[in-house]
Design a protein around this ligand. Structure first.
Ligand code: HEM
Length: 81
């Protein structure tokens, strides 16, 4: 395993979701909750890396490759709180 400090949901992942994201996705998943994001991490990664989420029509910027990589790394590290 990596010896570098691991990513934290509260510090690194949660701030990447806007309140609009959390509100709009509430029925499907809770983007403000570590367990929910970890459970759906694969689908979330697919949607943000393909640019389908957040929808361009929402006016929110597309996630950068750095943001996507951060989500992926956090998932691989076991989804630390
Ligand atoms: C995990 C898989 C996801 C699925 C299956 C999903 C699905 C959907 C669906 C069906 C809608 C409503 C229709 C639409 O506006 O296209 C929607 C809206 C939205 N989603 Fe997602 N979503 C996912 C992840 C995400 C993520 C990770 C974000 C943010 C990073 C996000 C942000 C939004 C926003 C902001 C809207 C509202 C768009 C608007 O009303 O203008 N979604 N999503």
């Amino acid at each position: 395993m990596s010896t570098s400090a691991s990513l934290s949901f509260a510090r690194d992942i949660r701030p990447m979701f806007t309140s609009m994201d959390v509100d709009h996705m509430k029925k499907a998943m809770d983007l403000s909750d570590r367990a929910s994001v970890f459970q759906h991490a694969e689908a979330i990664y697919e949607s943000v890396s393909s640019g389908s989420m957040p929808p361009p029509s929402s006016g929110e910027p597309r996630w950068t490759p750095d943001m996507c990589a951060k989500l992926r790394k956090w998932q691989e590290e076991g989804g630390q709180p």
